[in-house]
Design a protein around this ligand. Structure first.
Ligand SMILES: [Zn+2]
Length: 279
């Protein structure tokens, strides 16, 4: 997708990042993927043996390139979560594959990057209690299902109630917003929710899915946030996490505005804010 090339170019050009701020993802060990995904599903995916029905549901044609890309995205989020422990914040410039379930892919998501990294951190004893803040406009249904019976990972999803996925899973906290929700209302709800959540959950690590498909210009989003509102959302989340001294891994998630410049600008704002707040 074009945005994955344009976004780093923009960040380098304007000096928000320099080359040394980037890392190359590595393929993760299969055992970390299988700590989240059913091994039968994962190895069928890896060996290009998913059924036609399973493939149709994902929205992608199954290919070697797709398998490698999804594994690299998961590896990138694992590595970013380790960097977040070191620096306070780190990003996967892709990721946010929150529609991937334990045993199936859906909605252009095959492997759930933040779920895999969350289990990885716990297995390595780098984190105990994890909070996933999913503000992509689509519900994090796969993430909700994966951690349904796991009290050590709290899933929070704020999304468009009438948007895809039409059959929603139960996150630990779901806030479903009506179509056309404006920035003011959106930010009011977020600001009422997040501090309370941090006090109750007491996480030691946070994953943030900062999808920009909440924008009014988005083709799929159905909400009505301006670019400024979306920036204020990210500022509030990142500043609050910084105030609570919580390390955060940020995956990009969706963004389908008609004009690519709106997508890149909104994603770039998340990086600009990270520089401003954390460094
Ligand atoms: Zn989305």
């Amino acid at each position: 997708m074009e945005k994955y090339e344009l976004l780093p170019q923009q960040l380098l050009l304007e000096g928000t990042c320099d080359e040394a701020n980037f890392f190359e993802p590595e393929l993760p060990n299969d055992k970390y993927i299988c700590a989240v995904h059913d091994p039968d599903y994962y190895y069928n995916f890896l060996n290009l043996k998913l059924s036609q029905k399973e493939i149709r549901r994902t929205g992608f044609p199954l290919s070697r390139a797709l398998v490698e890309r999804e594994r690299l995205i998961a590896g990138g989020t694992i590595k970013a979560s380790e960097y977040a422990l070191q620096y306070g914040i780190a990003f996967n410039i892709a990721g946010g594959t929150h529609h991937a379930y334990t045993n199936r892919g859906e909605g252009f998501c095959m492997l759930n990057d933040q779920a895999i990294a969350a289990k990885y951190l716990q297995q390595q004893k780098l984190a105990e209690k994890i909070l996933i803040i999913d503000l992509d406009v689509h519900q994090g249904n796969g993430t909700a299902e994966i951690f349904e019976d796991d009290d050590s990972v709290f899933t929070f999803s704020m999304h468009g109630e009438k948007n895809y996925p039409f059959k929603k899973e139960k996150s630990d906290l779901d806030i479903g917003l009506p179509d056309d929700t404006k920035g003011e209302e959106y930010l009011k709800i977020l600001k009422e929710t997040l501090p309370q959540l941090l006090k109750e959950v007491k996480p030691d690590f946070v994953f943030y899915l900062s999808g920009v498909d909440v924008l009014e210009t988005d083709k799929l989003g159905k909400l009505s946030l301006s670019i400024k509102d979306c920036k204020e959302r990210d500022r509030y989340v990142l500043q609050t996490l910084k105030d609570y001294k919580l390390p955060v891994e940020c995956s990009m998630g969706g963004g389908y505005s008609v004009e690519i410049k709106h997508i890149v600008e909104a994603h770039a704002n998340t990086y600009r804010l990270a520089q401003e707040i954390f460094f």
